[in-house]
Design a protein around this ligand. Structure first.
Ligand SMILES: C[S@@+](CC[C@H](N)C(=O)[O-])C[C@H]1O[C@@H](n2cnc3c(N)ncnc32)[C@H](O)[C@@H]1O
Length: 437
């Protein structure tokens, strides 16, 4: 097991000041503690769980990503005892080529994680694993596809590195060590957390439900890829094609939780007949995020984000209407049966997501889809609310990477599995509980 504190006396390297050294030493030793904990934790136990090897491969990649980052940061700051990192051996100062080398490390580990998760998804589908488990692994792949890395800390490191490379030589070591240490630590923690969570899911899901306990009828949809916008476009196409001819002149959708409106803008640019209701209270929200929040389940966008959203949606002014209102209040203004798609991505706490689903379901027309974001390990409230909604309404739960959705059955169809009978209305390959391209 790694012991980074061993022999960690300050090196004689150029550009490393005494204060930097102290900070660097503290940060790296603290991260070393997490590294050791993530090694000792659940990977070996995960191997014994159902589908263990496929899941352990993903957890192992997360941990390896943290280790690679730690190696790079330690080396950039001339930390003794660390193995050399090929791309960085000729760098002289932190701002020189270390920043690009660190960026390379983020991208390399992101790509490795992506391919491990993709492989695991295929293996799980082939083995007939529960769709929920497949989707959670696919969610890891999706974040590694969307961002240069998978944790907020590493994504923030990525954007700061850009700035450091622009500044050039002479940058002090400690900010880099801090950011890098946070990134490594977050990856070790995520590895530990995902290994534990995936193990629980793999034990709880496959046919081991006790009498009287209902299980969601879930299907994984991997056919539209991993990007949110591709998935929502695929879904909207499917919803349109399920409508009786002739095709509608106008498509209507709502996004609940808009932030800068990136998703709505991308959808409106792809679907010229799409009209969108953008629901987000922004700075007019009556709640603020609690200080002791552990997960990013609740977040309120400030005024500047609203300004950015207004600016961003300007080319689509005739098709986009903002409603600065909280989700449930906003849903009361919408005529029942009037929308083709609702995308829920606001308050991610369990009670709020469950409440939002109930509030917006009546707004959909028959054949329309209720979808939402963040069916991932880091938002357990979303996973729980989506699963329970399926059970309570006796409908099929569809899960694409990060995105859950339900299709509202027509009046003539029986409720349970009705959507599944004629849905998806395009031909996908079926493997186990998965629809693949
Ligand atoms: C994760 S961001 C949304 C991201 C956006 N959907 C996208 O795809 O880029 C969450 C947003 O939900 C908003 N929000 C928080 N509570 C809400 C509520 N009760 N109703 C509607 N929006 C809410 C926040 O202000 C924030 O802008």
């Amino acid at each position: 097991m790694a012991d980074w504190s061993r022999g960690a006396t300050p090196s004689q390297s150029d550009g490393l000041r005494a204060a930097d050294r102290d900070l660097a030493e503290q940060s790296l030793n603290a991260v070393a503690h997490d590294l050791n904990a993530s090694a000792a934790e659940p990977f070996s136990r995960l191997r014994g769980a159902e589908h263990g090897p496929a899941l352990a491969a993903v957890g192992g990649r997360l941990r390896a990503a943290g280790l690679l980052m730690m190696q790079h940061v330690g080396f950039a700051c001339r930390w003794p005892g660390l193995p050399p990192v090929a791309e960085a051996t000729n760098c002289r100062a932190v701002g020189d080529c270390f920043a690009p080398a660190l960026h390379g490390s983020l991208e390399l580990s992101g790509a490795r994680l992506r391919s491990a998760a993709r492989g695991a998804v295929r293996r799980l589908c082939a083995a007939g694993a529960d769709a929920t488990l497949v989707a959670l692994v696919a969610g890891i792949e999706a974040s590694a596809t969307f961002y240069p890395s998978v944790t907020t800390e590493c994504i923030s490191l990525g954007s700061n590195l850009q700035r450091l490379s622009e500044i050039g030589g002479g940058v002090r070591c400690s900010p880099l060590v801090d950011l890098g240490a946070h990134c490594s630590r977050s990856l070790f923690n995520m590895a530990r957390m995902s290994a534990a969570a995936l193990r629980e899911f793999s034990i709880a899901m496959p046919g081991k439900v006790r009498a009287g306990e209902a299980r969601a009828d879930a299907v994984f949809v991997g056919a539209w890829g991993s990007r949110r916008i591709d998935i929502l476009s695929g879904l909207l196409d499917a919803v349109v094609s399920s409508r009786p001819a002739p095709p509608p002149r106008r498509l209507r959708a709502a996004e609940v939780g808009v932030f800068q409106a990136n998703t709505s803008v991308a959808l409106m640019s792809r679907f010229p007949s799409l009209h969108m209701l953008l629901v987000d209270p922004y700075h007019l929200h009556t709640q603020t995020a609690p200080d002791d929040q552990l997960l990013e389940e609740f977040y309120v966008s400030p005024r500047e984000v609203f300004d950015a959203a207004v600016n961003w949606t300007r080319p689509y002014r005739s098709r986009a209407a903002f409603m600065l209102q909280e989700s449930v209040e906003a849903s009361r203004w919408v005529e029942p049966g009037s929308l083709d798609l609702v995308f829920i991505d606001g308050d991610h706490r369990y009670e709020s997501v469950a409440r939002d689903m109930e509030a917006w379901w009546p707004a959909l027309r028959e054949g329309g889809a209720l979808a939402g974001h963040d069916f991932v390990l880091t938002f357990p409230g979303v996973v729980r609310a989506a699963t329970e909604f399926a059970v309570q309404h006796e409908i099929q739960l569809f899960i694409a990477p990060e995105v859950w959705f339900f299709v509202k059955a027509g009046a003539e169809a029986a409720p349970r599995g009705a959507a599944a009978g004629g849905w998806p209305p395009v031909t996908f390959r079926r493997a186990g509980n998965c629809y693949l391209a």
